[in-house]
Structures are given as C-alpha cells and as structure tokens.
Write a protein that binds this ligand. Structure first.
Ligand code: DX5
Ligand code: ZN
Length: 236
C-alpha cells in the first residue's frame, strides 16, 4: 500500500518564525512540509488558461519564492513539498532546485503544452515532479502525465480553490481521488484544502495518502495529536 505522508501547510505558520515553525512541525511528526508558492509572471498570456488574465496571477495572493525556500533549507533537512501556484512554473525550476526544494508540483492548467519538458527539467534538478489540478479541472487531464514514459510521481487534487488557507473542503473532489486510486494503485495522491479531523476519513477512504493540512494543524491546541490522527486515518 502507499505510504501516508502528512504535510502541514506552512502557509498557516508564522512566516516571521519559519525555521522554528518548521522544526516544531517535524517534532510533532510531520513527514513533509508543504510550501505554497504563489507568484506571478508577466509573460506568456497564451498559457494563461483558467487564470486571471488581468494581472497574470494564477491565484489572487502572493506568498513566498525560492529565496525563502533557500533560507529555510539552511535550518531543516525536511522534505519540502513545493506547490507552485504560478502561471509559468518552468521559470522557477532552476532556482527552486538550487534552493533545496524536494518536490515540485505544478498546475496542469498552465502546463498543457510544456509539461514533458517541465517534468524533465524538474528531475534534472533533483526534485520530484508532481501535477496539481484545480477543482474545476477534469481528472482526465492528468492521465497523460501519469502514463508518460517520464511520468509525474504525484497528483495533487485540490479540495478548495487554490489561493488561501482556511477554506471549506469540497467533498465532490473525492470522485477524482477514487477514480485515480482505482486506476493507479501505487501513485502518490495528495489532497490539499480543508483537510482535518472532520474530513480526513472521507479523503483517506477515497484513496488519498499525502495529506496537506494548514489551519487544522496550526490552529489546534495539540498539533501532534492532529498529525497522528491524520496518519492513523490514512493507514487504516
Ligand atoms: C491553498 C493552499 C493550501 C492551504 C491549505 O491554496 O494550496 O496548501 O495552505 O490550507 P488549509 O489546510 O487551511 O485549507
Ligand atoms: Zn498547497
């Protein structure tokens, strides 16, 4: 069976104390640290599918970039699971590789015509490639990337509209997870958005094994307990 990976989303952490927040999460039992990279690029309007064409942003927010990943890397050996909510992920492969990112997950909506080259690039920089999809994007869109000779190694099914932490889990997305799990028994399937004690069983039963959780972990009086509860649910 696929292994459980519990990935607290550092978007819910105190960014001014990122190193100690990361250490705290690792000590609480986190397998991965989920890093939400929201950024914008000014070029490539032809690629802006499902994107706000007004300002080039993939999501209406700006968070961190490679310099912050590089700083954090100096303080932790943890697997840094980077989720790129940017319009031109290819622009960040080199710098994130150098910064010490572990996983590089790009969105299928903005990579329709260059994912093959992108996956190669990601691997050549020593990172693990993943593909993410927004709630409105059909699951079929990621099949070619999983079945390619040079495949992505994880699919991230967004369970909220990307952009912010603390939103409500969209249960309909479990159909995507179930379909994926039936088709690919060994694939890492990640869910992101609104995961916590009240939604984990649904996601785990559908077949998700990599669990991103921001507000439910950071907002809990006992984050270690929440992390262990998420893991138990995936493993049962
Ligand atoms: C949303 C991000 C998530 C976010 C999840 O765009 O991709 O990783 O931090 O936060 P919660 O768990 O609070 O929904
Ligand atoms: Zn994320």
């Amino acid at each position: 069976a696929v292994e459980a990976k519990i990935a607290p989303s550092m978007l819910s952490s105190d960014f001014a104390n990122l190193a100690s927040e990361a250490e705290r999460m690792v000590n609480f039992g986190a397998d991965w640290l989920h890093m939400d990279i929201m950024y914008y690029t000014l070029h490539g309007p032809d690629r802006l599918i499902g994107v706000n064409l007004q300002d080039g942003h993939f999501v209406p927010n700006l968070t961190i970039g490679a310099p912050v990943i590089a700083s954090l890397r100096k303080h932790t050996k943890a697997y840094l699971d980077c989720h790129l909510m940017v319009t031109n992920p290819v622009d960040y492969v080199d710098q994130l590789g150098k910064a010490g990112a572990s996983g590089f997950t790009f969105h299928v909506e903005v990579s329709k015509d260059n994912w093959q080259e992108l996956v190669k690039e990601i691997k050549s920089k020593g990172m693990r490639p993943g593909v993410a999809l927004k709630p409105g994007t059909p699951i079929e869109d990621v099949y070619p990337l999983v079945e390619s000779e040079n495949p992505v190694e994880m699919v991230l099914v967004m369970t909220v509209e990307p952009g912010f932490g603390g939103q409500k889990f969209i249960p309909d997305m479990m159909n995507k997870v179930r379909t994926l799990r039936e088709k690919y028994p060994e694939l890492d399937i990640e869910v992101d958005g609104g995961l916590g004690p009240s939604t984990i069983d649904e996601a785990a039963t559908a077949g998700a094994n990599c669990i991103v959780a921001g507000s439910s972990v950071f907002g809990a009086p006992d984050p270690a307990h929440v992390i262990s509860l998420l893991r138990t649910s995936v493993n049962k």
